[in-house]
Design a protein around this ligand. Sequence first.
Ligand SMILES: Nc1ncnc2c1ncn2[C@@H]1O[C@H](COP(=O)(O)OP(=O)(O)OP(=O)(O)O)[C@@H](O)[C@H]1O
Ligand SMILES: [Mg+2]
Length: 311
Amino acid sequence: MVVEIKNLVKTYKNGVKALNKLNFQVREGEIFGLLGPNGSGKTTAINCLLALLNYEEGDIRVFDQEMKATSYNLKKDIGLVSQNIAVFTELTVYENIDYFCGLYINDKTLRKKLVEEAIDFVSLNDFKKFFPKKLSGGLLRRLHIACGIAHKPKLIIFDEPTAGVDPQSRNKILEGIKRLNEEGATIIYTTHYMEEVEELCDYIIIMDKGSVIREGTKLELIDSIKIGEINEIELNNHSTELIKDIKKLANVLSAVYDNRLLIVKSGKGKSNLIDILDLIKKHNLEFIRMHSKLPTLNDVFLEITGKELRD
Ligand SMILES: Nc1ncnc2c1ncn2[C@@H]1O[C@H](COP(=O)(O)OP(=O)(O)OP(=O)(O)O)[C@@H](O)[C@H]1O
Ligand SMILES: [Mg+2]
């Protein structure tokens, strides 16, 4: 096991209980997703995992060894791409990466090779001599990533690496993470964007209020809730009778009309699509378009907590 966290409890000095019996395990070679809304304790969990923060209770093991503040032999195999960008403004792109890589790699020839590879990896070849101030938000994120991965760690932790970047840089970052994983690194990916977790992660834990509220693969998570199908129908006009009739259908869990959109959530098994269309016809209503989709991780979160992943 690459990471094993048992019953972790962390209370900050101001009394906020950020982690409340947190448990999870990360297996070798996977892209592990830590999904949770703002303030659910993701960054706190990462900082405890790296022994950067003290905690009151719990056990943390990394690469099958106890993780302590002084576990330098473990830390050299871990790369952190922290949530807040931390690079030196007075150093160039090259010098920044060289500095962070140098914390772990003393051999100059090897380090030069690793720094060049990291620059290549985040496509900053044309910006080696630039100072951070001259980089756009997306390029700065990429520099920050290069600093965290240049020493080729076996475990790489990304804490919301796409926050505030444009879609093009975002895709580059996600592709890069997939490549690092293909090259053998185990990845922990933290975010509150469920689309990223759905696209990237082999295994996902959903956190809320400092503990895991559900976990599994994307399909297992979606399979774990009552909803099996969501039909969205754009209607020109509205009728309470239609909604009443739809709610009477055997498999329907809920039907809500809001701003010309009728959203019908149904249970697993038989699709309600044809029956809903028949009812719209029967009530002489006009529909503009309609589509049928599978539930998402947001629906999983909504069903368990009663609130949306994103505020
Ligand atoms: N240094 C601190 N002192 C006091 N409270 C803190 C501190 N850092 C975090 N908290 C609180 O602990 C809780 C968990 O915060 P944390 O940053 O771990 O959440 P997160 O899931 O990473 O959120 P985000 O998605 O916004 O990054 C929040 O209620 C936060 O306000
Ligand atoms: Mg955070």
